[in-house]
Design a protein around this ligand. Structure first.
Ligand SMILES: [Zn+2]
Ligand SMILES: [Zn+2]
Length: 306
């Protein structure tokens, strides 16, 4: 099926289906800053259309410049920018990341490798990011999960020292250790803690104290954290309205929660069969003013990547 046939198919399906399948309307245009690039142009486009998302930042690995260029040539407005990533423990990591930026990447990420966040591998990346003036998107994980055993960029509780040591590097926090640590009582007991937030958590403090730390609202981790305590969430989004930007990290195929990946037991039960983008945009729309929603869903990302 060529792309035109596919698009006509998508339009007629959404026009003729039940209300649950209707395209949602958001208070402002939306850019999904945490969208892992998919195998085909059709799959990349389907998620955007299904969840009514205006644009996406493509997260890629290794040498993706040609595939990104092909997708951008078809859909310049829908896919305006991309990030590059590679295994930071390999000797050619700096060369590959530099090449990605020379080919047009606007950031490094997502960086999800089993190293310490303040170890030598990531320190090389932070230096390079400052030199090339691109942000670094970091997956912070301490607790192993079915889909991702072990830890990645461990040691978030020590991360203030890194933010201080690399003032010219722009960091984007993401994943379960980042979001679980918005509560001061978190001790790595589980990936997705529940219940009311205890104010004074590490990630909340780091966002307040360091102008070079940002965060995306992607994945079950952010959705779970921002669902725990509505009063805290409203205040948190208001206080950090200039530091947060929307991302989905969604695995669904159609922007409606469909497809095998989002319905598998590798997905957190509370998000299974749902579109993370829709869920988190609904949450943000309900917990912010339209002006703050616009910052988080649209303008902050533009300021971060230019
Ligand atoms: Zn991640
Ligand atoms: Zn989705």
């Amino acid at each position: 099926m060529d792309r035109r046939t596919f698009l006509v198919g998508v339009v007629s399906v959404s026009a003729g289906s039940a209300r649950a399948q209707e395209a949602p309307r958001w208070p402002s245009p939306v850019i999904d800053m945490h969208f892992h690039m998919r195998r085909t142009p059709a799959l990349n486009i389907a998620h955007q259309q299904g969840a009514s998302i205006t644009a996406a930042n493509l997260l890629t690995r290794n040498d993706a410049a040609a595939a990104v260029a092909a997708l951008q040539a078809q859909n310049a407005k829908m896919f305006p920018c991309w990030f590059g990533a590679t295994d930071v423990s390999k000797p050619d990591a700096e060369q590959l990341l530099t090449q990605a930026v020379k080919s047009g990447a606007k950031g490094f990420g997502e960086l999800k490798y089993p190293v310490a966040a303040d170890g030598p591998e990531m320190r090389r990346v932070y230096d390079l990011a400052a030199e090339l003036n691109v942000p670094v998107l970091i997956h912070f994980q301490e607790v192993g999960q079915p889909a991702a055993p072990g830890g990645y960029n461990t040691g978030i509780k020590r991360f203030g020292a890194i933010l201080k040591a690399y003032p010219k590097t722009k960091f984007i926090g993401h994943a379960d250790a980042f979001w679980a640590n918005i509560s001061a009582d978190y001790h790595e007991q589980e990936a997705y803690p529940t219940g009311p937030i205890v104010p004074g958590g590490i990630s909340d403090k780091l966002l307040s104290d360091y102008p070079n730390l940002f965060a995306d609202t992607s994945a079950n981790s952010a959705n779970n954290a921002l669902s725990r305590d509505p009063a805290f969430t409203r205040d948190f989004l208001k206080r950090h309205q200039d530091k947060l930007h929307f991302g989905s990290d969604c695995n669904c195929e159609d922007g409606k929660g469909g497809g095998a990946a989002q319905n598998s037991d590798r997905v957190a039960p509370r998000m299974r069969g749902k579109c993370v983008a829709r869920e988190t945009l609904t949450l943000l729309a309900g917990a912010t003013t339209p002006a703050v929603f616009r910052k988080i869903a649209w303008t902050n990302a533009h300021r971060l990547v230019g």
